[in-house]
Design a protein around this ligand. Structure first.
Ligand code: BTN
Length: 262
């Protein structure tokens, strides 16, 4: 991948403008980005790898990262965060990544709360947001993983029925550099709005892409397992789930165990 060409084509003012570090292989791009951030890297610093040896997913899971066929990207962000805004950055990244997939492939990508990217109901990508530093000047490392040209046999057996890639869904390979350019441009568009305090349009875009609104769902949040109907997300980005008794629960973080159409 030619990062000089990528930089020349990139229409951003922050993301990818300070540094794009491209590694053939690394443990996890989020770890590299965290170290760069600790050493004072500027906002918008990007780390990209062709493969990850210990790619990380949410909830301590492994993120399968075979060589050359996926997008593994981390961005260093230094936003002025209100305490509960981190989950909105995750939502923002989901909207940007889904938008970039649509932009480059014309395939509709949907979002399963909080940040799974789905095509035809199968997982195509995910977001791992990690917060570092002190509350007064926090750093966010935003990690995005997308299965781009992954073939079905490249997935471990347990994922072969649940996962897909852009090439599998669209029937042709996709240029990773084009997808990276679009991800960075979309990310910057939504991030600048976010920094300007305009969160409404991003939340609305997220709702439009969310596959779960009105679905019945079972969600694990911490020690609790909650069942009900997904109503919406609120202005803080929390999921609103109405249980059998009619009570509406606000869920800030968790995992969807099951969902089905009403
Ligand atoms: C998930 O859905 O569980 C989140 C997956 C996030 C994977 C990306 S790939 C780039 C970055 N580096 C990592 O180790 N993880 C994230």
């Amino acid at each position: 991948m030619d990062t000089t060409l990528l930089k020349q084509r990139l229409k951003t003012t922050i993301l990818g403008q300070a540094e794009i570090q491209h590694l053939p292989s690394t443990e996890s791009t989020n770890d590299v980005a965290r170290k760069l951030a600790q050493d004072g890297a500027k906002e918008g610093t990007i780390v990209i790898a062709d493969s990850q040896l210990s790619g990380r997913g949410r909830l301590g899971r492994n993120w399968h990262s075979p060589a050359g066929s996926g997008l593994y990207l981390s961005a260093v962000l230094r936003p002025d965060l209100e305490p509960d805004s981190l989950c909105k950055i995750t939502l923002l990244a989901g909207v940007a990544a889904a938008g970039a997939i649509e932009d480059v492939t014309s395939i509709r990508a949907q979002i399963k709360w909080p940040n799974d990217l789905l095509i035809h109901g199968r997982k195509t990508g995910g977001i791992l947001t990690e917060l570092h530093g002190d509350a007064a000047s926090p750093t966010v490392v935003l990690g995005i993983g997308i299965n781009v040209n992954t073939r079905i046999e490249d997935f471990p057996p347990d994922l072969q029925l649940k996962a897909t890639s852009l090439a599998l869904a669209g029937g042709k390979n996709v240029a990773r550099s084009e997808l990276i350019r679009s991800v960075l441009e979309q990310l910057e568009y939504w991030y600048l709005l976010f920094k300007g305090g305009e969160h409404g349009p991003m939340l609305q875009a997220w709702r439009n892409k969310c596959i779960m609104i009105d679905c019945r769902a079972i969600i694990r949040s911490g020690e609790q397992v909650l069942a009900g109907r997904v109503l919406d997300i609120d202005d803080t980005g929390a999921l609103l789930l109405q249980d059998e008794t009619g009570q509406v629960r606000r869920i800030l973080s968790g995992e969807v165990l099951k969902y089905s159409q009403p």
